[in-house]
Each structure stands twice: as C-alpha cells, then as structure tokens.
Design a binder for this molecule. Structure first.
Ligand code: ZN
Length: 117
C-alpha cells in the first residue's frame, strides 16, 4: 500500500479499510503447521523413527511457543480462522500507517501555517 500525501485521500483510504475491519469468522492468532511427532507409546512404530504426521496450531506467548493438535476434520476451519487473523492483522497495520500519516500531515500543515505568520 502506498500512503497518499493529501489528508482527504488518506481519510478515504482509512475509511475503506475501517469498513473491512470486522471478523467474518472466529479469529485464530496462530500458525497452522504439519509436524512429525511421537505419540509417547514406547511400543508404537513412531518410537522407532516412523513418526506420526499431524496438523498443529502453534503460537507464541512471551517468546514461548505453544502447540495444539488439530484433528483432520477441523483443519479447513482452523485454516480459515488463521487466515482471518492474518487479514485483520494486515488491515490494522495499514490503518496504523494511515493514521500516523494523517497526524504527520497535520503537524506539517501547522508548521507551514506558523511559518507564514
Ligand atoms: Zn505413535
């Protein structure tokens, strides 16, 4: 996204994004990944290196990574919910940039006005 220079245009960009800023589904701030893991049963073939392939959600809390198993039937849903988080995160990032730009153009305009008098 290229940030426009003119405040009117910045406001227009902002409004368009504000309209999109609502969750269309549950929101999951995590990554959906496939991992090879052992199940803990010492007699299972995974204990001898044939690890189980499964879907997991991973997320970080204070630099520590957490993991949750996702049953295969819930994978499409989990995928959608993590995508929705990415979409909203991107929107918040863009809205932040535009809001900052709006404040900055106001400061520059004020300086210009003060410079003239
Ligand atoms: Zn196993």
């Amino acid at each position: 996204m290229k940030i426009p220079k003119h405040p009117t245009l910045i406001r227009r960009f902002l409004q368009a994004r504000q309209k999109q800023l609502h969750a269309k589904s549950p929101v999951l701030a995590a990554s959906l990944v496939t991992l090879r893991r052992t199940c803990g049963n010492p007699n299972c073939r995974c204990a001898r290196g044939h690890k189980h392939l499964g879907h997991y959600l991973t997320w970080k809390v204070k630099a520590k990574t957490h993991t949750a198993y996702v049953p295969i039937e819930l994978v499409p849903q989990a995928k959608l919910w993590t995508q929705e988080h990415r979409r909203l995160k991107q929107l918040v990032h863009q809205i932040t940039q535009l809001s900052l730009a709006l404040i900055q153009t106001h400061v520059t305009a004020q300086r210009r006005r003060r410079g003239r008098s």
